[in-house]
Design a protein around this ligand. Structure first.
Ligand code: PLP
Length: 391
């Protein structure tokens, strides 16, 4: 059976070049980067080479890169590391759970937390950020692109507000990396997190950019790794893979790959919506990352559609992958004031640079049929739309 993967916001496959770059670090070049002997020196060289690649990707200094175990750790390190009891943190109601749940925990640990609302299209208003600032505001954390809708947030405006008011700014750029140019100076952020497995590197490795002179308390205590910002033996093959993936992602963005692929997403969205009634796309009228479309198909259950498409060979996701299986509607769509029934009837399609025209044709063929079938079976829907209108 043909299988088409359209869940790149959940994870992306390793690129062959990335795998090849990593391979020797599982076998003959296995050293511990902290060891003094030649095995250690070889490992240290590879870690530092990867650090340089990631620094070029983010337009920062290598010393400002802290390797982590992924996006969740980077977000937690930023939020816990940059605030102390009595501080005020501003974030939004559409962040990934790695930020929302960390912020909720911080609220239980003596920090004051403000969760800002977003527009109906899922975008935070920088004026709301400005208005929320108090004398004890220590950190603003606003994501660069939303993982469920793809909506791009006004991070540069927020960075300017942070600079004006002397507040530190963290952005979760996990879903922006490889899709948008990342320049920490332009964004004006002190802290920025990315995750390897969203840019065709392996799962379990990531980076927190920590601007020079930004003080963070570590989450872990142990050795002096990562300039005492993150103790623990480095994940050598993962870091090498992330360095290679960052190099390839930077080239892709510079060569305009995202713009070319946006046409694929747009065609898929338009053609599916042209075939299916009582359906639409969330955040369609704002800037989105090129690869994501979140479609709603009223009168059905999104999870049932995910399963029915999977049985036909198409892998998509019902909202955030990390929230799948939960019966609550997506917190992102809820924050956009989407009614629970429509939120439950929403599906995220996310492409990667490996997606093809044929993949999109497959989705255009499968989705209208699967929607029609599920609606036919729905007692609430029966007879509302002529099923024959869907081929
Ligand atoms: N932040 C965002 C926006 C994400 O989409 C994700 C993963 O889906 C994460 C953080 C967590 O990253 P990781 O899976 O590397 O822990």
């Amino acid at each position: 059976m043909r299988r088409v993967y359209m869940d790149a916001n959940a994870t992306t496959p390793l690129l062959p070049e990335v795998f090849e770059a990593m391979r020797p670090y599982y076998t003959e070049r296995f050293g511990n980067a902290s060891s003094v002997h030649s095995f250690g020196q070889q490992a240290r060289g590879a870690v530092e080479q990867a650090r340089s690649c990631v620094a070029t990707f983010l337009h920062c200094r290598p010393a400002e890169i802290v390797f982590t175990s992924g996006g969740t750790e980077g977000d937690n390190l930023a939020l816990f590391g940059a605030t102390k009891p009595g501080d005020h943190l501003i974030t939004t109601s559409i962040e990934h759970h790695a930020v929302i749940h960390a912020a909720e925990r911080l609220a239980q640990c003596g920090r004051e937390v403000t969760f800002l609302p977003v527009s109906a299209e899922g975008v935070v208003d920088p004026d709301d950020v400005r208005r929320a600032i108090q004398p004890n505001t220590r950190l603003i954390s606003v994501m660069m692109a939303n993982n469920e809708t793809g909506a791009i947030q006004p991070v540069e405006e927020i960075g300017a507000i942070a600079a004006e008011t002397g507040v530190q700014f963290h952005t979760d750029a996990v879903q922006a990396a490889g899709k948008l140019p990342l320049d920490v100076a332009k964004i004006g952020c002190h802290l920025l997190s990315i995750s390897g497995h969203k840019i065709h590197a392996p799962q379990g490795v990531g980076v927190l950019f920590v601007r020079k002179d930004t003080k963070i308390e570590p989450l872990f205590y142990g050795g002096t790794h990562e300039r005492q910002r993150r103790a623990g033996t480095e994940n050598l093959p993962g870091i090498v893979g992330l360095g290679k993936a960052a190099e390839l992602a930077r080239k892709g963005v510079e060569e305009g790959v995202p713009e070319k692929l946006a046409a694929l997403r747009d065609r898929m969205e338009q053609e599916i919506l042209a075939c299916v009634g009582e359906a639409g796309a969330h955040s369609r009228h704002v800037r989105r990352v090129w690869n994501t479309t979140n479609l709603w198909f009223d009168h059905l259950e999104g999870e049932a559609l995910v399963i029915s498409l999977d049985l036909k060979g198409l892998a998509v996701s019902g909202g955030s992958a990390c929230a799948s299986g939960a019966s609550e509607p997506s917190h992102v769509l809820t924050a956009m004031r989407i009614a629970p029934a429509r939120a439950h009837a929403s599906l995220r399609f996310s492409l990667s640079k490996l997606s093809t025209e044929e993949d999109v044709d497959f989705a255009i063929e499968m989705v209208p049929k699967a929607v029609a079938k599920l609606r036919e079976l729905s007692p609430y829907y029966a007879g509302r739309l002529p099923v024959a209108s869907v081929s």
